[in-house]
Ligand binder design. Structure first.
Ligand code: PLP
Length: 372
């Protein structure tokens, strides 16, 4: 199988599996217990926390581990609105956010929050003047992602944070697809990340919180994570996340160069027969969301089962809903159904990518020949 679905998840790095192994096989102590073994587990978790914080590279805050980025985003949004004073009940986000943000915002609206969902242009980018127009002293939080999971477009998060702060609102950044790939700019007060998108294990995420911007607790219980997020932490998952974050920091430049090289090789195979969805310039280049008019993308996926890539038109959350992102950038239903997402990164070889795309291109041509 050739794996080209890096936005869905990434292969676990061998170094991560090695770091986790002792915590799965032998070291089972509860990290919140005072025994020597418990303290050893707690210390390993603190090392991991530092590694995740160093990969995020923002000053003035710290992370709490969560069960996923979805949980971190739910917590950030619900906990911020809960903590804000009565008048501040407005939430602003963007039409191309992940379902973890959009659905949480909708839920908040159902509870009485005043929700504004800003549009994007055909390039997938937010127009900052649209945001500026909406801002007032009743806004509690503005949520904008850094790198889009479906089309790879990079939003102007530093400017969004500056504008949000101009009316004393907090800024939440979903940096799940950005961590280790695109620098997270200074500005956000809350940042959600996930281990499995950076070659770490599934089932663990984190919320980075600027000091003073911590949301109200969302999960109640034993008071772990400074009383902010209860629940016994998994040393294995935390250590795995830490190891993945450390590797991401160490390999940031070489991973970036590798992705640039793969991007150039991919464009050479695809030529002008395929069109890139969303901005070409403001984009993480390990995401190639493309369409070819008239092609039935679901047939391509069915014909090429040994290549793992995504339908552009299916919502990346796996819910089966049509992609709200492609609709937001104004693609017709027909063009969306001709779209595929190719995602590659650290462990993709140029040969694999070229072979796979050559076959994708040939399968598309075969469909065209049949239709002619
Ligand atoms: N945000 C973005 C941009 C994502 O791509 C994902 C995962 O698909 C999430 C949030 C949710 O992350 P998790 O799988 O850790 O819940």
């Amino acid at each position: 199988m050739i794996y080209l679905d890096y936005q869905a998840t990434t292969p676990v790095a061998p170094e991560v599996a090695d770091a986790m192994r002792p915590w799965i096989e032998d070291k089972f102590a509860n990290p919140h217990s005072p025994s020597i073994a418990g303290r050893e587990a707690a210390a390993a978790i603190e090392v991991a926390r530092g590694q995740v914080e160093r990969a995020i590279r923002l000053e003035g805050g710290s992370v709490a581990f969560t069960g996923s980025a979805t949980e971190a985003l739910n917590w950030a949004l619900k906990g911020t609105v809960e903590k804000a004073s009565g008048e501040r009940n407005r939430v602003i986000t963007v039409a191309t956010e992940h379902a973890a943000v959009l659905d949480t915002c909708e839920w908040l609206a159902g509870q009485g929050a005043d929700l504004t969902v800003l549009p994007v242009g055909p390039d997938g980018l937010l127009d900052l003047t649209d945001l500026e127009r909406e801002l007032d002293e009743r806004v509690a939080i503005v949520a904008v992602m850094l790198v889009n999971n479906e089309i790879g477009v990079i939003q102007p998060v530093a400017d969004v944070a500056r504008l949000a702060h101009s009316c004393d609102a907090l800024m939440l950044c979903d940096a799940v697809q950005a961590l280790g790939r695109v620098d997270i700019p200074e500005g956000p007060d809350l940042v959600a990340v996930s281990a499995h998108k950076i070659h770490g294990p599934k089932g663990i995420g984190a919320l980075w919180m600027r000091k003073g911007a911590e949301p109200a607790p969302f999960i109640h219980g034993g008071g772990q994570e400074r009383g902010l997020r209860s629940g016994t932490l998994s040393p294995a998952l935390c250590v795995g996340f830490g190891a993945a974050a450390k590797l991401a920091s160490e390999r940031a430049d070489s991973d970036r160069q590798h992705v640039e090289q793969l991007w150039a090789a991919a464009l050479e195979v695809l030529g002008s027969r395929w069109t890139i969805n969303g901005s070409i310039d403001e984009r993480y280049r390990g995401n190639l969301n493309i369409h070819r008019e008239g092609v039935d993308a679901s047939r391509l996926v069915a014909d090429l089962r040994d290549i793992a890539f995504s339908l552009g038109s299916a919502c990346a959350s796996g819910s089966g809903r049509p992609s709200h992102v492609l609709r937001a950038i104004d693609l017709s239903g027909r063009t969306a159904r001709s779209s595929i997402r190719i995602g590659f990164g650290r462990y993709t070889t140029e040969k694999e990518l070229v072979d796979a795309l050559t076959r994708v291109d040939a399968a598309a041509r075969a469909q065209e020949n049949l239709a002619a």
